[in-house]
Each structure stands twice: as structure tokens, then as C-alpha cells.
Design a protein around this ligand. Structure first.
Ligand SMILES: [Zn+2]
Length: 143
């Protein structure tokens, strides 16, 4: 069993065998375990972390954004300059517009766990974004 990376569509081993016999160009990649923690000692985010994030998060992780992760920037949730590591636990896909909103605006992002994010809006709302979507969280009145 396999899966087409661009569409996430499952395919049978027979289909893969057929492709291998007729395809001019075929890329087979190892299975990525989304429970793995990948970490590098550099600012630049390697492709293996980007692929991990694409498979885990699917889209930009800004509330309600649906832009596909493979066309997003990779953001350091806790800035690298402030000690944030380049890892699957501290990076997230953000489309260019929402990357700028985070970097230059008053939207605050915290990684709750791998693939689960807390956004604090400029108006003090708390929103959780994860694989189930965006959820408005109750706040205690403090931001
Ligand atoms: Zn976005």
C-alpha cells in the first residue's frame, strides 16, 4: 500500500508495480513517522522537516486558512533568534500573508504540541488550530 504525495490518495501495491513498469520518472520516498522528532542545529529548515509538516498539518496553520502546506513558508513558532530550535516541534507552515501577520502584527502563536497551535488574536481571543480545524477557546479575560 502506498499514497500519492500530492493528493494523499491511497494506492495499492499493484498500482505501484504498474507505475514502476511504465513510468518514465518515479520518486519513492521512505515512510515518514509523524511521531518522530526531527531537529537540526541550523536556521534553515531542511526538506525532511518541511515534508513532515506538510503531512502533519496539511495547510497553513493560521486560523481557518486552507492554503496547502506545500506552498507555505516554514515559520519558527518560537523565533530562532530567541533560542527557538529548528525542529518538527517548533516549526509550522504559514502562507506568506499569515507569516507576515505573525511576524509584523500582533497575532501570537504558541505550539501546544506537535500539530496543535494556540493563536492569540490582537483582540484577545484564543484560538486552537489542529488537524480538526480551528476552535475558539474560552478565555479568562486575560490575554
Ligand atoms: Zn494562511
Amino acid at each position: 500500500m502506498g499514497r500519492v504525495g500530492t493528493t494523499h490518495t491511497p494506492v495499492t501495491a499493484d498500482t505501484i508495480r504498474t507505475w514502476c513498469g511504465t513510468a518514465d520518472h518515479l520518486v519513492i520516498k521512505p515512510v515518514i513517522d509523524l511521531h518522530d522528532h526531527i531537529h537540526v542545529d541550523a536556521y534553515e529548515v531542511p526538506d525532511r522537516i518541511k515534508e513532515h509538516l506538510t503531512l502533519r498539518d496539511h495547510t497553513c496553520v493560521f486560523p481557518w486558512c486552507t492554503r496547502p502546506a506545500q506552498s507555505c513558508d516554514t515559520d519558527h513558532v518560537h523565533p530562532f533568534e530567541s533560542g527557538g530550535e529548528t525542529s518538527t516541534d517548533n516549526t509550522a507552515p504559514l502562507c506568506r500573508r499569515h507569516h507576515r501577520a505573525k511576524a509584523h502584527g500582533r497575532w501570537k502563536l504558541t505550539a501546544l504540541s506537535p500539530g496543535s497551535y494556540l493563536w492569540r488574536t490582537p483582540h484577545g481571543l484564543h484560538l486552537r488550530r489542529d488537524h480538526t480545524g480551528t476552535t475558539l477557546l474560552p478565555t479568562s479575560g486575560h490575554t
